[in-house]
Structure formats: C-alpha cells, structure tokens
Design a protein around this ligand. Sequence first.
Ligand code: ADP
Ligand code: MG
Length: 286
Amino acid sequence: MDNSLIYYLEGVSCKYKKALNSALEIRKLSIKRGDIVFFVGASGVGKSTLLETLGLMNNTVVENPESKFYFFEKSPSEFTDLIDLWKKSESALSHFRKNNLSFVFQTINMFNNLSAFENVCLARIIQNKSLDDSKLKARQIMRKLFNEEAFDEIIEGKRVFELSGGQRQRLAFIRAAATDYNVLLADEPTGNLDAHNADKLMDELVGKVKMDNKTAVVVTHDIPLAMKYGNQVVLLTKNRVEENTIGGEIIPQNIFNRHQNGWLNAKKNIWSSDEVLLRYLSNGLK
Ligand code: ADP
Ligand code: MG
C-alpha cells in the first residue's frame, strides 16, 4: 500500500441508524497525508455523511466482506481498522478522534455563554493539555487569525452569542486549528460568508494546514473555491446504480488531482484544464 496514505476506504456503505437505505456508497477512496481534498456535490448527495464517516460520528458503516476502512497513523504498517474500532466502546472512538481529528462543522457547536477565547482554550483542555499551554496556544492562534482590532475586542471577553455569524464561523475554524490533529475535517466552513470573506478564510485554513504539514478534507458546494484551494477535487454524484441508497456515491473516475499542467483523472488517465473541469463539476451538481 502507498506509504503516504492516511485514509483508505473501499466498498464502504454509510447508513444512518434508523434509515432503511444507505446515504452514501464509497467505492474506493484514498486520501494522502498532506493532501487538501475538496468534495463537491449537490445538496443531499452525502457530503456531510462523508465527513461524519471519516470523523467516526453518528452514522453507521455497513460492513460487508469487501469493506476496508483504514487510518494510517504514521506508516503503512501502523494502521487502525476503523470498522473494528467502530464496534468498540464510545470511549475508544472518542480517544481516537481526540488524538487524530479536528472538526469545523456546519452547525457550529460552541459554548455560547463562554467567550471566544474560552471556547478555543477548551478545545485544547479536552485534549488533556494544561491550562497554561491552552491559554498560550489559544492566544497565539487568535492573535494571528483574527485581525488585531477584532482580536482585542474578542479577547476582551465577548461571549459567543454576541459575535456576528461571520466571526463565529471564523472562530469555529480557529478553534479547530488550535488543537493537535492529523486531519482537519470541515463541512461547508465558508457557508455563511460572502465571497470575499469566504476566500480569505479558506486561504487561512488551507495555509494553516499546509504550514502544520497536516491533511484537510473539506466539503462544499462552491466549485470555484474547491478548485482554487484543493490539490484534489472529488465529485459526489447521485447514486444511479444501487436501488437501496438515498444519497450519492464516490466513484474513482470522479477524482481529480492537481498537477502543474492541469487536472489529472488518474483512473481514466485524462487531463482537464481548469475550464473543462469547472464545466464537468458544474454539470455534476445539476
Ligand atoms: P449533503 O451534506 O450533501 O447535503 P447529507 O450527507 O446531509 O447531504 O445527506 C445525505 C442523505 O442522507 C440525504 O438523503 C439525507 O436526507 C440523509 N440523512 C442525512 N442525515 C441523516 C440522519 N441523521 N438520519 C437519516 N438520514 C439522514
Ligand atoms: Mg451537508
């Protein structure tokens, strides 16, 4: 197996506990360490389901004999079988999540009565870091990622419910980036922002992940944003093959890797220019 992989999935069906049908079929998916992967797709196709699956959240993976779902902590020989892990206790799952993953979610789970600063500190305290370390790191990252003016105002102790939607969205990313993680999982992290601020936040998010040498998986319906910041873009399409699914599927031919001269579809060995890929992905969202 490729020694730069961090996730490897094959033949994985994602199904919600009470649902009759699967919400997403993953035929084959590998994510490399250091990749910035964007998943795009129409509403309801399974983007959030995918992140919940990669993040071992509340939907369920249906096991079949071909299913593979591995996470490589450091090397190809050192991996965690996430299907096995899923069967263990909630505390085993949360231990794994705490050590490896960081989330920026659509519904921003903040403690509204705590200040922005306290929310960021808490993310590290939950990782068993000391109070001093948590405060120091929170202060550093907030000073860097909020502009000076906003930082002073926020550090003064504005509570989360007093912040604007845009500030809250930014805070969600800052909190996620303040933890020690291997993979940052972000669900429409720029969903509530105007185009200018979306671009600015994505620039910081991707910049931070790259600087830390980490991996990011972002889902969005914003194709130009995905193509600007991703080094891999994957289209989720409505599942047309399986009857027993309510969402979409990830098929290997919908995976595009950025190269100097354009985008390569490795499965079909076809090159696309930016314009061609943009058109293809836009059609896929219809
Ligand atoms: P997207 O994020 O691309 O809009 P989702 O992943 O939220 O799509 O949804 C994919 C499919 O799974 C949809 O058909 C949706 O109705 C279904 N779904 C999402 N969340 C749940 C849930 N908690 N229980 C049952 N079905 C769900
Ligand atoms: Mg969603």
